[in-house]
Design a protein around this ligand. Sequence first.
Ligand SMILES: [Zn+2]
Ligand SMILES: [Zn+2]
Length: 636
Amino acid sequence: MINITLPDGNIKSFDQAISGLDLARSISEGLARNCVAMELDHRLVDLNARIDRDATVRLVTTKDPEALQVMRHSAAHVMAQAILRLYKDAKLTIGPVVEDGFYYDIDMPPVSEEDFPTIEAEIQKIIKAKLPLRRREVTKAEALEFYRNEPYKLEMIQELPDGTISVYEQGEFTDLCRGPHVPHTGLVKAIKLLKVSGAYWRADPTRAQLQRIYGTAYFDKKELDAYLTFLEEAKRRNHRKIGQALDLFSFHDEAPGMPFFHPKGMVIWNALLEYWRSEHRAAGYVETKTPIILNRSLWERSGHWENYRENMYTTSIDETEYAIKPMNCPGGMLLYNRKPHSYRDLPLRAAEIGLVHRHELSGVLSGLFRVRAFHQDDAHIFMTPEQIEQEILGVLRLVERIYGAFGLGFHLELSTRPKKSIGTDAQWELATHGLKSALNAYGRDYKLNEGDGAFYGPKIDIHIKDALGRTWQCGTIQLDMSLPERFNLHFVDRDNERKRPIMIHRVIYGSIERFLGILVEHFAGRFPLWMSPVQAVLLPMNDELSAYAEEVKSRFDAAGLLTEVDSRTESLNRKVREAQLNQVPLTLTLGAKEKESGTLAVRTLDGKVTYGITHERFIAAVSENIRQRAISFDGF
Ligand SMILES: [Zn+2]
Ligand SMILES: [Zn+2]
């Protein structure tokens, strides 16, 4: 008798070994049709695997999250099979599942997206044939013999330990693979090839260049379509494209990975910083500024020279070695130590907009998202152990206010002590307890990442969610038990004892460059008035009105508004269209009537026009919207 325990606690008994599929059928045919794999004694395996002893089994259906991973891996096999049918000399390497899809690295002549329809047609044939995927276990010697003409597979097999190796077969196709897989190719319901790029075998530029073909697959055509729409929308919002169209920033070969900000980009930059400063002043922070080049002995003391050297730019001045700072912390430590501190000074919240440089490989640079030079909105908070909870709570509230101003949601993750760490059990206990009780007092759910903290302390990471539902880790609150030791920080407590302060590093924007890039995509270039590089454009109806438009503009300039006059001899329609394409929030048309009555016709980006707005009323309404840093302008 074989007793199978199901998730609901029910036990089903069989008098002989059965497969997961048989088990599903014994429950219902409908269930069997939607089963993809099973969890056998907590291990994900093929649905066709045999259950030959008492076990706990959870059937994995198309509704379960892991089902998608299993099916996408099968989809990678299906794609590889189709390619081998079409390109006889192609040689397979590896084809893993990645976030949102899969890829396969194949040694074959270069392909382009124009080849995708042919490959996809072949893929559809394989899906329609509902080929069963069968697992076979072979010895290493058998595998070596089987793959004798497949150089990449041979190399991989040779590196495996002796013992059995699993391969999966579907029709004429066989792949070296751990599995698990869906029972048949018909379960790859909706599949699409997405892009192709070059990749080196084993990421080694001295070895063969391969074609990396990306695809994605879903159980449901509707879900695939939604994902493709999302990709289109992400492409439309690409910050590099919008940054160029709106003339915000650029990159130049003379400084790879180091953005140049244009006048319009600087308006957004300054709006972000002015907002940041006003919030930080209100939250009791002081602002500091430290040099970007500091000598080697400082970096040795902080530990960066030993642990972070490859990412640091160095230089030598007067025969002494210096490094360009990759982080602001050591400078912040010197500032703290410039004078003795008493418990009365604590908490001390010292913020710094610090320009840091980190050497990133040229291949990973990506617009404003991955750069070599960026500004952090850093702050170091020095406090007594009793102040941890209150201070962290204060940072969390500041985070909520600042992200809220951009309409960004967020979630929190707490990472605790890793295996390798410095500090005593008591210190970690105190620190982790402080972070946890702050999170509990804050009252929002958070995700716990056990053992994921830094070696010098636990941390809270803050992940924002943009308008497309994408998440980005921007903010972090990091407790540090190392630097106060290394820099011998002290304060004199109530009892006249010299004690070590507790210290945190925290950022909210993170990298201001990256945050700005995220905002470009989040707003799709349609910034709220308070961040807009141009708040309104004035369109005189004819040449005679151009001088009047300039007059109105200087009145708006004096009121602190950012306006432009478009007096080109283009049609009004065309100028309106261009202003809207440039995402200027307000378009003001000036005709003879407007001049006579001293009013404006105001058009918002949704196309609504309001006539007869006096200059005073316009200035008052727009200024108030900007003062409030409102996310939208609802008109008059
Ligand atoms: Zn595989
Ligand atoms: Zn720091």
